[in-house]
Design a protein. Structure first.
Length: 481
């Protein structure tokens, strides 16, 4: 079972058990709570009616007294009331009054007059000065037919002369109890539903973070590893950083081995040329021959120096994990590139055109300038005299494409798959080869900016090199060009 599902089941089980305990307590407390509230109203009513019925009891004919007349008129005047969705159409009180011996002298229903109620708890306890109440089923075969009675003493000159008891069927409270239970159960169901949605959201977030880390870990074995992700929590962020540290250490050995082999291969040719020139110079050739071999030694020495410097720059770049982006004006970037290479362009009679743009990108200005400079240098090397090169910036799908377009010979088909390999270089028109690190450097700059680099041949001739910068490394402020 996946860890996210385990977390969801554990979380939902805890919430369900807690909700069950809380709901069961609430449901169990509804019925006694409603009955306690009803009992409080019954004692108030009984106390009030006891004061009214005292004169009827003293008159000796309580069945014809004011209390009896009031209930007679009440039964003849039904009413309608809507109490929060519960419809009430009749008075449900049952009132009776006894004398000091417990014999019924008044009954609102007219059925118990003359009967001895002295053994009922409500009458028995009240006649002795205690709180009297009882709950008695109206039908012994129906447990839901119970009636709650609460009694109050009828007092004359400090002496208890009778008892007035007010009863109300518990079935009259059933709609209130059932409605409350129904609402609590609905609220409990909604609580569980909300808890399930929250659990699903948390599990989705955890699975997404873990999936991001898994994708990053899988990409470590590829040639283009993904940038270090931000999982969104301190614990997962520490795990991501640990994976990044592990990747750097694991790549260290292969990195050094590859560079040593590549550097040995690249240095073999200039060292052989220098050795051959030195052997010829040792034979003291004519001055013009010696001068030519001395120039060859200087050229090969400059080539080795350039190779070592670029290799060190490449190594420093590849060891960087992140950059501190700032706002960079693309138009100013293009201007600096054109000014720095004005002499070389003029020497080859190459026309450089720049697209005017107010676009700004977020990135490292020095790295961006070096990367575009390498692309521009390649374009100059492979563009014949009298050719043209164009610098442009295009906004497309929430990204910025910085392009260098030349009118040169293009990239041979056999070289397209290896063009970004370190030390891989194509011969220039002058017969010389470059260090083979320029495009590898551009690829690393694109990685640090979470972007990409693409080179493809143009149908009309030449190459289009596109450095793509994705969000959040772009901040577009495009105006008229």
């Amino acid at each position: 079972m996946r860890i996210g599902m385990r977390l969801l089941l554990g979380y939902f089980l805890i919430v369900a058990i807690a909700a069950w305990f809380v709901l069961s307590i609430f449901v169990q407390e509804i019925k006694p709570g409603v009955r306690r509230a009803t009992e409080g109203t019954l004692i108030d009513t009984a106390t009030l009616l006891a004061e009214i019925g005292r004169d009827d009891l003293l008159s000796g004919d309580a069945q014809q007294g004011r209390l009896a007349q009031a209930f007679s008129q009440l039964h003849q005047r039904p009413f309608r009331a809507n109490i929060s969705g519960i419809h009430k159409v009749r008075n449900e009180y049952h009132v009776y009054m006894t004398d000091a011996r417990g014999r019924v002298v008044f009954d609102s229903s007219g059925r118990a007059v003359g009967q001895d109620y002295s053994r009922w708890n409500d009458v028995w306890l009240t006649l002795r000065g205690e709180y009297g109440a009882r709950s008695t089923p109206g039908n012994p075969d129906d447990p839901e037919s119970t009636v709650m009675y609460v009694a109050a003493p009828v007092v004359e000159q400090g002496k208890i002369i009778g008892v007035l008891s007010v009863g109300k069927p518990n079935s009259a409270m059933a709609p209130v109890i059932k409605r409350s239970e129904r609402r609590i159960l609905w609220a409990g169901g909604a609580l569980l539903g909300i808890a399930l949605l929250i659990g699903l959201a948390v599990v989705w977030w955890i699975n997404r973070s873990i999936h991001t880390l898994s994708r990053y870990a899988d990409s470590v074995t590829s040639d283009t590893p993904l940038p270090l992700p931000d999982p969104g929590s301190s614990e997962l962020r520490k795990l991501a950083q640990a994976l990044e540290n592990m990747r750097i250490r694991l790549e260290g050995k292969n990195y050094i081995e590859h560079y040593v082999h590549a550097l040995t291969h690249e240095l073999k040719s200039p060292l052989a040329a220098i050795r051959g020139a030195a052997e010829i110079l040792a034979e003291q050739p004519p001055p013009q021959v010696a001068a030519r071999f001395i120039d060859n030694i200087l050229v090969q020495n400059a080539r080795m120096q350039s190779l070592v410097e670029k290799l060190l720059a490449q190594a420093r770049l590849e060891n960087r994990v992140e950059i501190v982006p700032v706002s960079v004006s693309v138009d100013a970037l293009f201007t600096r590139l054109a000014d720095a290479r004005a002499a070389t362009l003029a020497a080859k009679n190459i026309t450089l055109t720049r697209q005017d743009t107010s676009c700004c990108v977020e990135g490292d200005p020095e790295l961006l300038e070096q990367a575009l400079g390498n692309l521009l240098d390649n374009a100059i090397d492979f563009t014949p005299p009298g050719g043209a090169i164009q610098l442009a910036a295009v906004e497309a799908h929430r990204q910025v494409n910085l392009t260098v377009i030349d009118s040169g010979s293009g990239i041979p088909d056999y070289a397209l798959a290896r063009i970004f390999e370190r030390f891989y270089s194509l011969p220039r028109a002058n017969g010389l080869k470059s260090s083979g690190l320029g495009l590898a450097f551009v690829q690393e700059v694109a990685r640090l900016h979470q972007g990409s680099i693409d080179l493809h041949n143009r149908p009309e001739g030449g190459v289009t090199a596109t450095l793509t910068l994705h969000r959040p490394f772009t901040s577009l402020q495009t105006g008229p060009t």
